[in-house]
Design a protein around this ligand. Sequence first.
Ligand code: 0T9
Length: 411
Amino acid sequence: ASALTGTAKSTWASFLKSIASFNGDLASMTAPPFILSKTSLVEYSAYWTEHPKLFVAPAKEADPEKRALLVLKWFLSTLKQQYSSRSEKLGSEKKPLNPFLGELFLGHWEDEEVGKTVLISEQVSHHPPVTAYSIFNEKHGVKLQGYNGQKAGFASMTINVKQVGIARLRLEKWDEEYLITLPALHIEGLVYGSPFVELEKSTIIQSSTGFFAKIDYAGKGWVGGKSNSVTAELYDNKTGKLLYTISGQWTKELVVKKAKTELERFEHGEKNPTTALTIKPIEEQDPLESRRAWAKVGAAIDKGDYDETGIEKSKIENAQRELRKKEKEEGTAWERRYFTAVDKVDEVDALVERAGKFMKGVLGITPVCMDEPAKTNGVWVFDTKKYDDVVSGRKAEEVRRAGETVLEATE
Ligand code: 0T9
Protein backbone atom coordinates (compact mmCIF):
# COMPACT_ATOMS: atom_id res chain seq x y z
CA ALA A 1 0.00 0.00 0.00
CA SER A 2 1.04 3.59 -0.51
CA ALA A 3 3.01 5.26 2.28
CA LEU A 4 1.37 8.55 1.36
CA THR A 5 -1.92 10.28 2.22
CA GLY A 6 -3.74 13.49 1.32
CA THR A 7 -2.10 16.02 -0.97
CA ALA A 8 1.20 14.14 -0.93
CA LYS A 9 -0.61 11.23 -2.54
CA SER A 10 -1.98 13.25 -5.43
CA THR A 11 1.29 15.20 -5.92
CA TRP A 12 3.11 11.89 -6.08
CA ALA A 13 0.63 10.51 -8.59
CA SER A 14 1.18 13.43 -10.95
CA PHE A 15 4.93 13.16 -10.42
CA LEU A 16 4.82 9.51 -11.47
CA LYS A 17 2.90 10.49 -14.56
CA SER A 18 5.50 13.11 -15.37
CA ILE A 19 8.43 10.70 -15.10
CA ALA A 20 6.71 8.26 -17.41
CA SER A 21 8.00 10.55 -20.15
CA PHE A 22 11.39 10.84 -18.41
CA ASN A 23 14.23 11.85 -20.73
CA GLY A 24 17.10 10.26 -18.83
CA ASP A 25 18.32 13.45 -17.19
CA LEU A 26 17.94 12.75 -13.47
CA ALA A 27 18.89 16.29 -12.53
CA SER A 28 16.09 17.90 -14.54
CA MET A 29 13.38 15.89 -12.81
CA THR A 30 11.08 18.09 -10.69
CA ALA A 31 10.18 16.03 -7.65
CA PRO A 32 7.53 16.73 -4.98
CA PRO A 33 8.73 18.56 -1.84
CA PHE A 34 8.64 15.63 0.59
CA ILE A 35 11.09 13.64 -1.51
CA LEU A 36 13.71 16.41 -1.68
CA SER A 37 16.92 15.96 0.26
CA LYS A 38 19.13 18.84 1.34
CA THR A 39 22.22 16.75 0.69
CA SER A 40 24.05 17.41 -2.53
CA LEU A 41 25.32 14.51 -4.64
CA VAL A 42 28.85 15.83 -4.18
CA GLU A 43 28.63 14.59 -0.56
CA TYR A 44 28.04 10.98 -1.62
CA SER A 45 31.79 10.42 -2.18
CA ALA A 46 32.12 10.20 1.60
CA TYR A 47 30.35 6.82 1.59
CA TRP A 48 33.59 5.22 0.41
CA THR A 49 35.32 5.63 3.73
CA GLU A 50 32.91 5.59 6.61
CA HIS A 51 34.92 2.67 7.98
CA PRO A 52 38.45 4.15 7.96
CA LYS A 53 39.89 1.07 9.68
CA LEU A 54 38.67 -1.24 6.92
CA PHE A 55 39.92 1.24 4.33
CA VAL A 56 43.53 1.15 5.56
CA ALA A 57 43.55 -2.52 6.63
CA PRO A 58 45.00 -3.84 3.32
CA ALA A 59 48.08 -1.61 3.73
CA LYS A 60 49.24 -3.59 6.76
CA GLU A 61 48.97 -7.01 5.10
CA ALA A 62 52.18 -8.42 3.58
CA ASP A 63 50.58 -11.33 1.70
CA PRO A 64 49.17 -10.07 -1.65
CA GLU A 65 46.41 -12.67 -1.73
CA LYS A 66 45.16 -11.71 1.73
CA ARG A 67 45.53 -8.07 0.77
CA ALA A 68 43.22 -8.55 -2.19
CA LEU A 69 40.72 -10.20 0.14
CA LEU A 70 40.89 -7.24 2.53
CA VAL A 71 40.29 -4.83 -0.35
CA LEU A 72 37.26 -6.87 -1.36
CA LYS A 73 35.96 -6.86 2.23
CA TRP A 74 36.40 -3.10 2.47
CA PHE A 75 34.63 -2.58 -0.86
CA LEU A 76 31.67 -4.73 0.21
CA SER A 77 31.47 -2.80 3.48
CA THR A 78 30.93 0.47 1.57
CA LEU A 79 27.80 -0.79 -0.23
CA LYS A 80 25.47 -0.38 2.72
CA GLN A 81 26.62 3.22 3.20
CA GLN A 82 26.45 4.05 -0.50
CA TYR A 83 23.12 2.49 -1.34
CA SER A 84 20.94 2.00 1.72
CA SER A 85 22.02 4.39 4.48
CA ARG A 86 19.74 7.18 3.28
CA SER A 87 16.69 4.92 3.15
CA GLU A 88 17.52 3.69 6.65
CA LYS A 89 17.95 7.17 8.07
CA LEU A 90 15.23 9.03 6.18
CA GLY A 91 12.67 6.28 5.60
CA SER A 92 13.21 6.30 1.85
CA GLU A 93 15.64 7.37 -0.83
CA LYS A 94 15.44 11.13 -1.40
CA LYS A 95 16.33 13.24 -4.38
CA PRO A 96 19.75 14.81 -3.81
CA LEU A 97 20.62 18.39 -4.73
CA ASN A 98 22.19 18.63 -8.16
CA PRO A 99 25.72 19.97 -7.56
CA PHE A 100 26.90 23.07 -9.43
CA LEU A 101 30.17 23.08 -11.35
CA GLY A 102 33.05 23.51 -8.92
CA GLU A 103 31.01 22.60 -5.84
CA LEU A 104 33.18 21.08 -3.13
CA PHE A 105 32.74 18.74 -0.21
CA LEU A 106 35.80 18.66 2.05
CA GLY A 107 36.42 16.92 5.31
CA HIS A 108 38.33 14.21 7.13
CA TRP A 109 37.86 11.23 9.40
CA GLU A 110 39.81 11.15 12.63
CA ASP A 111 40.47 7.71 14.03
CA GLU A 112 42.65 6.98 17.06
CA GLU A 113 44.10 3.90 15.47
CA VAL A 114 44.52 4.81 11.81
CA GLY A 115 44.95 8.59 12.05
CA LYS A 116 43.59 11.10 9.58
CA THR A 117 41.83 10.16 6.34
CA VAL A 118 41.19 13.14 4.06
CA LEU A 119 38.21 13.60 1.72
CA ILE A 120 38.17 15.88 -1.29
CA SER A 121 35.10 15.77 -3.50
CA GLU A 122 34.48 18.16 -6.39
CA GLN A 123 31.79 18.53 -9.02
CA VAL A 124 33.96 18.51 -12.13
CA SER A 125 31.17 18.59 -14.72
CA HIS A 126 27.61 19.88 -14.67
CA HIS A 127 26.47 18.72 -18.13
CA PRO A 128 26.55 15.77 -17.72
CA PRO A 129 26.85 15.75 -13.92
CA VAL A 130 30.15 14.19 -12.82
CA THR A 131 31.67 14.08 -9.34
CA ALA A 132 35.37 13.34 -8.75
CA TYR A 133 36.94 12.51 -5.41
CA SER A 134 40.22 11.75 -3.74
CA ILE A 135 40.36 10.06 -0.36
CA PHE A 136 43.71 9.41 1.28
CA ASN A 137 45.37 8.33 4.47
CA GLU A 138 48.99 9.55 4.26
CA LYS A 139 50.14 7.67 7.33
CA HIS A 140 49.26 4.31 5.80
CA GLY A 141 49.80 5.30 2.16
CA VAL A 142 46.28 4.35 1.11
CA LYS A 143 44.81 6.46 -1.71
CA LEU A 144 41.47 6.15 -3.39
CA GLN A 145 40.41 8.29 -6.31
CA GLY A 146 37.60 8.10 -8.75
CA TYR A 147 34.87 9.88 -10.64
CA ASN A 148 31.32 9.00 -11.54
CA GLY A 149 28.25 10.04 -13.41
CA GLN A 150 24.93 8.33 -14.10
CA LYS A 151 22.93 7.28 -17.13
CA ALA A 152 19.29 6.77 -16.32
CA GLY A 153 16.16 5.44 -17.93
CA PHE A 154 12.60 4.80 -16.82
CA ALA A 155 10.66 1.61 -17.50
CA SER A 156 7.66 -0.03 -15.81
CA MET A 157 7.67 2.21 -12.75
CA THR A 158 11.39 1.74 -12.13
CA ILE A 159 14.26 4.18 -12.59
CA ASN A 160 17.22 2.25 -14.01
CA VAL A 161 20.63 3.77 -13.39
CA LYS A 162 23.93 2.81 -14.91
CA GLN A 163 27.00 4.32 -13.35
CA VAL A 164 29.79 5.59 -15.57
CA GLY A 165 33.28 6.03 -14.18
CA ILE A 166 35.65 4.04 -12.02
CA ALA A 167 37.40 4.04 -8.67
CA ARG A 168 41.11 3.36 -8.19
CA LEU A 169 42.74 2.30 -4.98
CA ARG A 170 46.49 2.61 -4.48
CA LEU A 171 48.57 1.02 -1.72
CA GLU A 172 51.87 2.90 -1.72
CA LYS A 173 53.77 0.48 0.46
CA TRP A 174 53.19 -2.40 -1.97
CA ASP A 175 53.21 -0.26 -5.09
CA GLU A 176 49.86 -1.83 -5.87
CA GLU A 177 46.82 -0.53 -7.77
CA TYR A 178 43.24 -1.76 -7.82
CA LEU A 179 40.67 -0.90 -10.45
CA ILE A 180 37.11 -0.93 -9.17
CA THR A 181 34.02 -0.68 -11.36
CA LEU A 182 30.65 0.64 -10.18
CA PRO A 183 27.36 -1.29 -9.95
CA ALA A 184 24.23 -0.64 -11.93
CA LEU A 185 21.17 0.02 -9.80
CA HIS A 186 17.48 0.68 -9.98
CA ILE A 187 14.99 2.56 -7.86
CA GLU A 188 12.13 0.45 -6.57
CA GLY A 189 9.09 1.39 -4.51
CA LEU A 190 8.17 4.41 -6.64
CA VAL A 191 4.48 3.46 -6.85
CA TYR A 192 4.26 3.40 -3.05
CA GLY A 193 5.97 6.75 -2.63
CA SER A 194 8.90 5.20 -0.79
CA PRO A 195 11.75 4.79 -3.28
CA PHE A 196 14.79 2.66 -2.41
CA VAL A 197 17.87 1.39 -4.23
CA GLU A 198 18.56 -2.17 -5.33
CA LEU A 199 21.82 -3.17 -7.01
CA GLU A 200 22.08 -5.34 -10.10
CA LYS A 201 24.50 -6.93 -12.55
CA SER A 202 28.21 -7.20 -11.71
CA THR A 203 31.30 -5.23 -10.88
CA ILE A 204 34.95 -6.20 -10.79
CA ILE A 205 38.06 -5.39 -8.83
CA GLN A 206 41.34 -6.04 -10.64
CA SER A 207 44.67 -5.69 -8.85
CA SER A 208 48.06 -5.00 -10.40
CA THR A 209 49.44 -7.99 -8.48
CA GLY A 210 47.12 -10.32 -10.37
CA PHE A 211 44.00 -10.82 -8.34
CA PHE A 212 40.55 -10.46 -9.78
CA ALA A 213 37.23 -10.21 -8.00
CA LYS A 214 33.85 -10.58 -9.67
CA ILE A 215 30.95 -9.29 -7.64
CA ASP A 216 27.38 -10.22 -8.60
CA TYR A 217 24.35 -8.38 -7.25
CA ALA A 218 20.76 -9.54 -7.08
CA GLY A 219 17.54 -8.43 -5.46
CA LYS A 220 14.47 -9.98 -3.96
CA GLY A 221 12.78 -12.61 -6.05
CA TRP A 222 15.74 -12.86 -8.39
CA VAL A 223 16.21 -16.64 -8.63
CA GLY A 224 14.34 -16.87 -5.35
CA GLY A 225 16.88 -14.69 -3.56
CA LYS A 226 16.71 -12.14 -0.79
CA SER A 227 16.96 -8.38 -1.26
CA ASN A 228 20.44 -6.81 -1.39
CA SER A 229 22.11 -10.12 -2.22
CA VAL A 230 25.73 -10.27 -3.25
CA THR A 231 28.17 -13.01 -4.21
CA ALA A 232 31.82 -12.14 -4.68
CA GLU A 233 34.51 -14.45 -6.00
CA LEU A 234 38.19 -13.73 -5.70
CA TYR A 235 40.44 -15.38 -8.29
CA ASP A 236 44.13 -15.65 -9.01
CA ASN A 237 44.63 -14.13 -12.49
CA LYS A 238 47.53 -16.38 -13.40
CA THR A 239 46.11 -19.77 -12.50
CA GLY A 240 42.42 -18.92 -12.76
CA LYS A 241 41.99 -20.58 -9.40
CA LEU A 242 39.07 -19.51 -7.24
CA LEU A 243 40.54 -18.45 -3.90
CA TYR A 244 37.69 -17.10 -1.78
CA THR A 245 34.00 -16.38 -1.98
CA ILE A 246 32.07 -13.83 0.06
CA SER A 247 28.31 -13.95 0.01
CA GLY A 248 25.26 -12.73 1.85
CA GLN A 249 23.34 -9.48 2.00
CA TRP A 250 25.32 -6.26 1.61
CA THR A 251 22.99 -4.60 4.10
CA LYS A 252 23.43 -7.38 6.66
CA GLU A 253 25.84 -10.23 7.16
CA LEU A 254 28.50 -11.52 4.79
CA VAL A 255 30.25 -14.88 4.97
CA VAL A 256 33.82 -15.43 3.79
CA LYS A 257 34.67 -18.92 2.58
CA LYS A 258 37.73 -20.69 1.25
CA ALA A 259 36.42 -23.58 -0.85
CA LYS A 260 33.63 -24.97 1.35
CA THR A 261 35.18 -23.90 4.63
CA GLU A 262 33.74 -20.88 6.38
CA LEU A 263 36.51 -18.53 7.50
CA GLU A 264 34.61 -15.62 8.93
CA ARG A 265 31.32 -13.72 9.13
CA PHE A 266 31.17 -9.96 9.21
CA GLU A 267 28.61 -7.21 9.16
CA HIS A 268 28.88 -3.45 9.18
CA GLY A 269 25.92 -2.46 11.31
CA GLU A 270 25.99 -2.02 15.07
CA LYS A 271 29.02 -4.26 15.58
CA ASN A 272 31.00 -2.13 13.17
CA PRO A 273 29.77 1.46 13.48
CA THR A 274 30.76 4.16 11.01
CA THR A 275 33.12 6.99 11.88
CA ALA A 276 31.64 10.47 11.56
CA LEU A 277 33.18 12.82 9.01
CA THR A 278 34.58 16.06 10.41
CA ILE A 279 33.80 19.14 8.34
CA LYS A 280 34.42 22.83 9.04
CA PRO A 281 31.63 24.92 10.56
CA ILE A 282 29.68 26.65 7.78
CA GLU A 283 31.10 30.13 8.64
CA GLU A 284 34.63 28.88 8.02
CA GLN A 285 33.86 27.06 4.80
CA ASP A 286 34.88 28.17 1.34
CA PRO A 287 31.94 29.69 -0.58
CA LEU A 288 32.13 26.73 -2.97
CA GLU A 289 31.68 24.20 -0.21
CA SER A 290 28.42 22.38 -0.54
CA ARG A 291 26.78 22.99 2.85
CA ARG A 292 27.63 26.68 2.80
CA ALA A 293 26.53 27.21 -0.80
CA TRP A 294 23.22 25.38 -0.30
CA ALA A 295 22.58 26.60 3.27
CA LYS A 296 19.51 28.69 2.37
CA VAL A 297 18.04 25.93 0.22
CA GLY A 298 18.64 23.47 3.06
CA ALA A 299 16.93 25.74 5.58
CA ALA A 300 13.92 26.12 3.27
CA ILE A 301 13.69 22.34 2.82
CA ASP A 302 13.86 21.89 6.61
CA LYS A 303 11.01 24.34 7.04
CA GLY A 304 9.04 22.49 4.39
CA ASP A 305 8.71 25.74 2.46
CA TYR A 306 8.51 24.66 -1.15
CA ASP A 307 8.27 28.18 -2.61
CA GLU A 308 11.31 29.38 -0.75
CA THR A 309 13.20 26.22 -1.72
CA GLY A 310 12.43 26.98 -5.35
CA ILE A 311 13.47 30.63 -5.05
CA GLU A 312 16.77 29.86 -3.34
CA LYS A 313 17.54 27.04 -5.74
CA SER A 314 16.87 29.26 -8.74
CA LYS A 315 19.28 31.88 -7.39
CA ILE A 316 22.10 29.35 -7.51
CA GLU A 317 21.07 27.94 -10.87
CA ASN A 318 20.69 31.36 -12.47
CA ALA A 319 24.02 32.51 -11.08
CA GLN A 320 25.62 29.43 -12.59
CA ARG A 321 24.03 30.12 -15.96
CA GLU A 322 25.37 33.68 -15.83
CA LEU A 323 28.86 32.38 -15.00
CA ARG A 324 28.81 29.96 -17.94
CA LYS A 325 27.63 32.75 -20.24
CA LYS A 326 30.43 35.01 -19.09
CA GLU A 327 33.03 32.27 -19.54
CA LYS A 328 31.76 31.66 -23.05
CA GLU A 329 32.00 35.35 -23.92
CA GLU A 330 35.49 35.58 -22.48
CA GLY A 331 36.63 32.30 -23.97
CA THR A 332 37.60 30.93 -20.56
CA ALA A 333 36.65 27.76 -18.70
CA TRP A 334 35.91 27.08 -15.05
CA GLU A 335 39.12 25.99 -13.36
CA ARG A 336 38.64 22.71 -11.46
CA ARG A 337 40.33 23.13 -8.12
CA TYR A 338 41.70 19.63 -7.53
CA PHE A 339 41.16 17.51 -10.65
CA THR A 340 42.18 17.43 -14.29
CA ALA A 341 40.58 15.63 -17.23
CA VAL A 342 42.79 13.37 -19.33
CA ASP A 343 42.06 11.11 -22.32
CA LYS A 344 43.29 7.97 -20.66
CA VAL A 345 45.35 6.58 -17.81
CA ASP A 346 47.88 3.92 -18.79
CA GLU A 347 47.76 2.05 -15.46
CA VAL A 348 44.00 1.81 -15.73
CA ASP A 349 44.15 0.58 -19.32
CA ALA A 350 46.61 -2.10 -18.25
CA LEU A 351 44.27 -3.28 -15.49
CA VAL A 352 41.28 -3.29 -17.85
CA GLU A 353 43.24 -5.39 -20.31
CA ARG A 354 44.33 -7.80 -17.60
CA ALA A 355 40.79 -8.18 -16.32
CA GLY A 356 39.48 -8.61 -19.86
CA LYS A 357 41.88 -11.38 -20.71
CA PHE A 358 41.07 -13.14 -17.48
CA MET A 359 37.32 -12.84 -17.88
CA LYS A 360 37.31 -14.07 -21.47
CA GLY A 361 39.57 -16.95 -20.64
CA VAL A 362 38.01 -18.10 -17.44
CA LEU A 363 34.49 -16.83 -17.19
CA GLY A 364 33.66 -16.36 -20.84
CA ILE A 365 32.52 -12.77 -20.56
CA THR A 366 33.87 -9.48 -21.84
CA PRO A 367 34.63 -6.64 -19.47
CA VAL A 368 32.38 -3.64 -19.20
CA CYS A 369 34.90 -1.53 -17.38
CA MET A 370 35.75 1.80 -18.87
CA ASP A 371 32.99 3.80 -20.43
CA GLU A 372 33.73 6.20 -23.20
CA PRO A 373 35.36 9.29 -21.67
CA ALA A 374 32.87 11.47 -23.57
CA LYS A 375 30.10 10.41 -21.20
CA THR A 376 31.91 12.01 -18.28
CA ASN A 377 33.66 14.88 -20.10
CA GLY A 378 36.96 13.02 -19.80
CA VAL A 379 38.75 10.66 -17.45
CA TRP A 380 39.20 12.61 -14.22
CA VAL A 381 42.37 12.31 -12.18
CA PHE A 382 43.38 13.85 -8.89
CA ASP A 383 45.93 16.57 -9.64
CA THR A 384 48.49 16.55 -6.83
CA LYS A 385 50.10 19.73 -8.14
CA LYS A 386 46.81 21.61 -7.91
CA TYR A 387 46.27 20.16 -4.46
CA ASP A 388 49.74 21.22 -3.26
CA ASP A 389 49.18 24.70 -4.65
CA VAL A 390 45.92 25.04 -2.76
CA VAL A 391 47.30 23.63 0.50
CA SER A 392 50.46 25.78 0.39
CA GLY A 393 48.42 28.91 -0.29
CA ARG A 394 50.05 29.50 -3.70
CA LYS A 395 46.56 29.52 -5.23
CA ALA A 396 45.09 31.80 -2.54
CA GLU A 397 44.19 34.51 -5.02
CA GLU A 398 42.49 32.16 -7.51
CA VAL A 399 40.63 30.45 -4.67
CA ARG A 400 39.42 33.79 -3.32
CA ARG A 401 38.27 34.92 -6.76
CA ALA A 402 36.43 31.67 -7.50
CA GLY A 403 34.60 31.99 -4.20
CA GLU A 404 33.67 35.57 -4.95
CA THR A 405 32.05 34.75 -8.27
CA VAL A 406 29.75 32.31 -6.53
CA LEU A 407 29.09 34.57 -3.55
CA GLU A 408 28.33 37.66 -5.64
CA ALA A 409 25.80 35.72 -7.59
CA THR A 410 23.96 34.17 -4.68
CA GLU A 411 23.94 36.81 -1.99
C1 0T9 B 1 27.29 7.93 -6.48
C2 0T9 B 1 24.99 6.56 -5.38
C3 0T9 B 1 24.79 7.36 -6.62
C4 0T9 B 1 25.89 8.44 -6.70
C5 0T9 B 1 23.39 8.06 -6.57
C6 0T9 B 1 20.41 7.51 -8.65
C7 0T9 B 1 20.58 8.51 -7.51
C8 0T9 B 1 21.69 9.49 -7.84
C9 0T9 B 1 23.07 8.80 -7.89
C10 0T9 B 1 24.90 6.43 -7.83
C11 0T9 B 1 27.38 7.24 -5.12
O1 0T9 B 1 28.70 6.76 -4.93
C12 0T9 B 1 26.38 6.11 -5.04
C13 0T9 B 1 23.98 6.17 -4.59
C14 0T9 B 1 22.58 6.46 -4.83
C15 0T9 B 1 22.28 7.07 -6.21
C16 0T9 B 1 20.96 7.83 -6.17
C17 0T9 B 1 19.70 7.10 -5.78
C18 0T9 B 1 18.61 8.00 -6.36
O2 0T9 B 1 17.46 7.82 -6.24
C19 0T9 B 1 19.21 9.13 -7.12
C20 0T9 B 1 18.31 9.70 -8.23
C21 0T9 B 1 18.91 10.93 -8.88
C22 0T9 B 1 17.02 10.19 -7.62
O3 0T9 B 1 17.04 10.94 -6.71
C23 0T9 B 1 15.75 9.72 -8.21
C24 0T9 B 1 14.57 10.31 -7.47
C25 0T9 B 1 13.90 9.34 -6.51
C26 0T9 B 1 14.55 9.24 -5.17
C27 0T9 B 1 12.49 9.74 -6.22
C28 0T9 B 1 11.74 10.30 -7.27
